[in-house]
Write a protein that binds this ligand. Structure first.
Ligand code: FES
Length: 88
């Protein structure tokens, strides 16, 4: 029998949410029903996960104050601060 997943808390624009240890930031956002967290510069089109493997850079987001992090490649950790336009 496997152990239950370890729970962590991350902050989405300062709002704490529960996540599972080991999830990517992108998985945490999708788990919260957030499918886009930024818009394109020229046309304002929503962007979130596309490739999910670090190749397309569509999922860029600010993590712990560091902009332009790939949400699909960064593992979420307890107390992490994730900032984005969650209404995109
Ligand atoms: S979804 Fe393509 S780099 Fe993250």
């Amino acid at each position: 029998m496997s152990n239950p997943p370890q729970r962590i808390t991350v902050n989405l624009n300062a709002t704490p949410v529960q996540a599972e240890a080991g999830q990517s930031v992108g998985a945490v956002l999708m788990g919260q029903g957030i499918k886009a967290w930024r818009t394109t510069r020229n046309e304002g089109k929503p962007r979130g996960l596309f490739c999910g493997i670090g190749a397309c850079y569509d999922c860029l987001i600010t993590i712990d104050g560091e902009p332009n992090q790939r949400a699909c490649m960064v593992q979420a950790s307890d107390s992490m601060n994730i900032e984005g336009d969650f209404s995109a």
